[in-house]
Design a protein around this ligand. Structure first.
Ligand SMILES: Nc1ncnc2c1ncn2[C@@H]1O[C@H](COP(=O)(O)OP(=O)(O)O)[C@@H](O)[C@H]1O
Ligand SMILES: [Mg+2]
Length: 462
């Protein structure tokens, strides 16, 4: 051996010493065992972790020193990392729970099986306390879940708000349209009203004057039985006998026509009720009648259609507190739908319409009946009235009935249906008047719309 040189054993001892010091200073707990799982060496972090002195640790069974659980279940000896390392000769890393000196800990344990040539097997465990990380991860998970719930809640709120805005928008557009229409109708009615009154008022004078003139004419004829030739010629030319008979009839039909225009004008004004934006006591029959009058051109018989008959089964209704213009709008929507349904093609043979050429072709029971709309009104409770509008049209399927009141739901062709009539009517009856609107219908059995509204909404129990 060379003087001054260090022996191999000393070199090795030095290296081991440095390694031991290094391993003692790191924050991970390190331990290794013999082939039976008894601790041969551990660093200070490990001793602190298990809360034992070095002399208690050395030689102790690692499974006893370090009892572990996973998701609350005790890890049995044959699944303990030290057993897995020695028996299975495996290397791995897993997370365990461990009851430390004063608190529960999460440990990430890595183990390795070691066997050097000529030595016994041993297991090395490196243990890291990841409680803080685990806590942070769990906190993060909780936050994420909470955030998800918040987002879902908010999304649901936004969807609902969006739906409400859509409904309000529809209502607003329709209300605006109806009020412009109302203004237009009221304006036209007002403009027509004056000249019609003019004509109507003067017709009675014309009648009176004509009677006078005819009387004088007959007196002349009496006094001058043989008029001069010039007058005789003129009498023949104008067919005086016919004129004398026809003139009073013409005047009376003019009077009837003018009277009818006056009624229509009155109905237009009743229908638009622009002056009545407030709740007022209203005669509902008046509203129904003015709506029917406006729709009369659609009810009348035309060239190929026998027309639609209206049966009125009116009860004795009290005046009802409501927004007259809006209630009339509901009557208009429901009656227009009933007329549409009576005009729709009969699906039984697909060729004819219920109030059209039906009598030439289709013989189904619906078509065999005269197209009819029946309007019932009755008091159903001291504070409630019901208006039922029934048609004997084709009725509707359950699928249609379930969507009737949805905004934009229509089965009519583009340009004919908007799908707004019934959704607006529903809002007017249910939301504005605290009433109910229902439909009873089956295919082939017509449709009946039942409106129920309180006579005096202020008396409703909240
Ligand atoms: N009296 C009725 N008979 C059969 N179907 C009807 C009747 N009234 C309404 N409906 C159905 O309800 C749908 C929605 O009506 P509505 O909201 O007034 O919209 P629109 O008349 O523009 O289609 C109609 O397209 C029709 O399918
Ligand atoms: Mg409609």
């Amino acid at each position: 051996m060379i003087a001054g040189s260090i022996s191999l054993t000393d070199q090795l001892r030095g290296t081991l010493g440095r390694m031991e010091v290094a391993l003692s200073t790191i924050i991970d707990a390190i331990t290794w065992t013999d082939e039976q799982g008894k601790v041969k060496w551990s660093n200070a972090t490990f001793d602190n972790l298990v809360g034992q002195h070095r002399f208690q640790v050395l030689g102790a069974n690692l499974c006893d020193l370090l009892p572990l659980t996973q998701q609350g279940q005790v890890v049995p000896i044959d699944a303990h990392p030290v057993t897995l390392a020695l028996k299975n000769q495996s290397n791995d890393t897993r997370i365990y729970e461990f009851q430390g000196v004063d608190k529960s800990l999460f440990l990430e344990i890595s183990w390795a099986y070691i066997q050097f040539k000529g030595t016994n097997a041993s297991a090395v465990l490196a243990i890291r306390d990841i409680s803080e990380r685990q806590k942070a991860e769990e906190e993060l998970k909780r936050h994420r879940e909470h955030l998800k719930e918040l987002v879902e809640e908010r999304t649901a709120e936004l969807v609902a708000a969006n739906e409400q805005i859509k409904q309000a928008q529809v209502q607003l557009v329709q209300t605006e349209k109806m009020s412009s229409l109302g203004r237009l109708v009221a304006g036209i009615a007002h403009e027509i009203n004056n000249p019609v009154n003019f004509i109507y008022g003067n017709l009675s004078y014309i009648n009176e004057y004509t009677q006078g003139l005819l009387k004088i004419l007959s007196l002349y004829q009496e006094c001058v039985p043989e008029p001069p030739a010039k007058i005789r010629e003129q009498i023949e030319e104008i067919d005086l006998d016919f004129l004398v008979k026809d003139l009073p009839k013409t005047i009376s039909s003019l009077q009837m026509g003018a009277e009818r225009i006056r009624q229509i004008v009155l109905s237009l004004r009743t229908f638009s009720r622009l002056d009545e934006a407030e709740v007022k006591k209203v005669d509902l029959h008046e509203g129904i009648e003015s709506t029917l009058l406006i729709l009369e051109y659609r009810l009348k018989a035309h060239a190929n259609t026998p027309g639609i008959q209206i049966l009125r089964k009116y009860g004795d209704l009290p005046l009802v507190d409501c927004y007259a213009g809006q209630i009339n709008q509901v009557f208009m929507n429901i009656l227009s739908n009933a007329i549409d349904s009576l005009e729709s093609p009969c699906e039984n043979d697909g060729l004819v319409s219920h109030n059209g050429d039906v009598y030439n072709g289709c013989s189904c029971s619906t078509c065999a009946n005269l197209s009819t709309i029946t309007i019932y009104t009755e008091v159903i409770d001291p504070n409630w009235v019901a208006i039922r509008i029934a048609d004997n049209g084709p009725g509707m399927s359950e699928t249609v009935r379930n969507q009737l009141f949805d905004p934009f739901f229509t089965t009519k062709p583009i340009g004919k249906g908007t799908g707004l009539g019934l959704s607006i009517s529903y809002q007017i009856i249910v939301e504005k008047h605290k009433g109910t609107l229902e439909c009873v219908s089956e295919p082939g059995k017509g449709a009946e719309f039942v409106i129920k509204i309180p006579v005096d909404p202020s008396e409703l129990q909240q």
